[in-house]
Design a protein around this ligand. Sequence first.
Ligand code: PMP
Length: 466
Amino acid sequence: AEFRRGDAASEHRDGLKRSAERHLIQPWPYAGSIGNEARTPIGSGDGIYITDGEGRRLIDGPAGMWCVNVGHRREELARVMYDQAMTLSYNTPWYTMSDPSAELAERLAAHAPGDLDHVFFTTGGSSAVETALRFMQFFNNVRGRPEKKLIISRGGAYHGSTYLSASLNGRPRDRDWMDGADDLVIKLTCPNPFRRPAGMSIEGFTDFLVDEFRETVTSRGADRIGAFVGEPVQASGGVIVPPPGYLPRIREICRENDILYISDEVVTAFGRLGEVFASEKVFGIEPDMITFAKGVTSGYFPLGGVMISSRLTEVLRKSNHAAAMFGHGYTYSSHPIGCAVGLKNLDLLEGGILEHARQVGPYFQERLKTLEDLPLVGEVRGAGLMACVECVADRESRNPLALDNDVGKRIDRHCHELGLLVRPLINMCVMSPPLTITREQVDHMVAILHEGISRTMDELRAEGVW
Ligand code: PMP
């Protein structure tokens, strides 16, 4: 339905706001606003744009939550959902299967690196990471290695909001007030070159990270460590692109020590870095499992999954415990509508959007980099069509500014007035637009960001906090 306008529209919106404030709990609320918070209403979307409650058209800077890869309002995807629902809306994955699930599994296996030929479909990213971790536990139980269960994660990581996946999260704000399975997890240093110790070269920092990993394996014991889980580019941690060569070296240590390498591509897969899967094509690593979600359906339907190596399924098939059940699954595993959307979405990506993303990605990075001319900006970094603008009080100390200044939110507020939604992250702003963004639209986005950051600088100066 078109967005309502005029007095009736504004009354309608106020009513919705009251309903949300009374009844709706949105993700990641603060204690003081649970059950009393209405967020920015969004009425509709089209291409790279969304329209807010005031009827203002905004560039969807974060593509929802890194997910609307082919853009909003794709008729092909709407149609495929309708058609599949009218053919078969649901089938139990317990002892039946649907055509789209088998077809999508085959198409994904063709794109996945090496022998990652199997897929277990889930309902999203958290459930994908949870599945990979529980599969590692099951794998080690069945092959008689029940002690080999510890999981290595890193600072800055985000892997989900189920109990075990969330236990891997490395951002303080995710963990401060939350419990976790801490005895199962080892956290290593965030591989953020911008935050490396003063005076250390990038090569020195890489060696430091690799040594830390190796020493951890030695000190905790390879026979107790089951998996390493890592995003190729840490997304929610602030688009942290690891130093060159680091991931392959970690991959090698995992191989030497029989530690499963789980590459969390919930954000990086399906074109964000120009490839269906980035692990091998962009970073030169062949993991044991790859988790994915988001871009697999461009956010049109909740779906995720884990690509699993045939080497692992072979070990299980040949074990002496053929009757051991992997007691794990979701009602919506292999959902026919989700898989049908996944197939059509893959058609769109293969039909030109991946190529477009590869073309426009370097331009997007180059244009955003010009924001480093602004004194508030400490670094602009990124890869493909994901980037982060990190603000600092001064470039010498790289001090990220007092948290309560909420610089990211201020920039978001100014940009919103100017026609761009950004994703604020404390002192950072993250951008990951739909992959269909054109060069002209990139220019427009960067111009708005430039103005939004300039206004933020004026505001901070006027308040005397910068
Ligand atoms: N892994 C990564 C790398 C993510 O960025 C996210 C979500 N932002 C998740 C896992 C969790 O996915 P979901 O929110 O679909 O459960």
